[in-house]
Design a protein around this ligand. Structure first.
Ligand code: ZN
Ligand code: ZN
Length: 241
């Protein structure tokens, strides 16, 4: 049997095999490597340049159509995405981008844009809810830290032993809270608690934990909680015995 005849008889099989063979990674790699070497040869290079010049328009047209193909477009898009992802994760690129951002953020236009974007983002209901939960959690954490420092673990009211966190607050033992707050820039609520943490829990003027009832009672009762007065009466009565 001649080669030609053999080929005709087994045409389908051979084509199938060739297709499979060409798909193999090692074959592709080998071809790529070979072609690279081949195209670097001076005579080949010259030939390629010549060919390109001669068929410039044809090649241009072919490439134009090639890049218009949906599967090629898709492939390029995916490749770009993948590459960009990898590229922007490189430490040196990330650092550079951050540095650029810092400069760009100083431009008035950019700042305006960013603020606008932030505002839009923050106005989304799900973002607002998330922020609300976050603020609540952060406040609870801060409050617990401060109250534990000044009111023991677990914190409780120095006057009536109330221990539910929601009822507790920081109290100035010597009723100099107003003066003290004014001295440190009048922080209120969470800001005052944060100030205490930032200043390493100072205790001058003296601070303690009271419940809101005792705190209020103390304020409207000349600096002594009504509980204290009642206790005093009981004490007096026991002294009478
Ligand atoms: Zn109390
Ligand atoms: Zn009290």
């Amino acid at each position: 049997m001649t080669t030609q005849k053999y080929y005709q008889k087994h045409r389908e099989e051979i084509l199938k095999y060739a297709k499979e063979y060409n798909q193999r990674i090692e074959v592709k790699e080998h071809r790529k490597k070979y072609y690279k070497e081949y195209s670097q040869r001076p005579e080949v290079k010259e030939h390629i340049t010549e060919y390109r010049q001669k068929h410039r328009e044809e090649i241009k047209e072919y490439l134009k159509q090639y890049y218009q193909r949906p599967e090629i477009k898709k492939h390029i898009k995916e490749y770009k995405k993948e590459y960009q992802k990898e590229y922007y994760q490189r430490p040196e690129v990330r650092e550079r981008e951050r540095a650029h951002d810092r400069i760009r953020d100083k431009l008035p236009k950019r700042r305006e844009q960013k603020n606008k974007g932030n505002k839009k983002y923050c106005e989304k209901p799900e973002v607002q809810l998330k922020n609300k939960i976050y603020r609540k959690e952060r406040w609870a954490k801060l409050k617990l830290i401060v109250l534990t420092y000044y009111g023991g673990n677990p914190p409780k009211c120095a006057c009536c032993n109330e221990s539910r966190i929601e009822f507790l607050t920081i109290d100035h033992v010597n009723n100099d809270g107003k003066k003290h707050r004014k001295q440190i820039g009048s922080p209120t609520g969470g800001k005052f608690y944060r100030w205490l943490v930032q200043h390493n829990f100072p205790n001058n003027p003296l601070l303690q934990v009271l419940c809101f009832n005792c705190n209020y009672g103390k304020r409207v009762n000349g600096g002594i909680c009504p509980h204290e007065k009642a206790r005093g009466i009981v004490k007096d009565m026991s002294e009478l015995k």
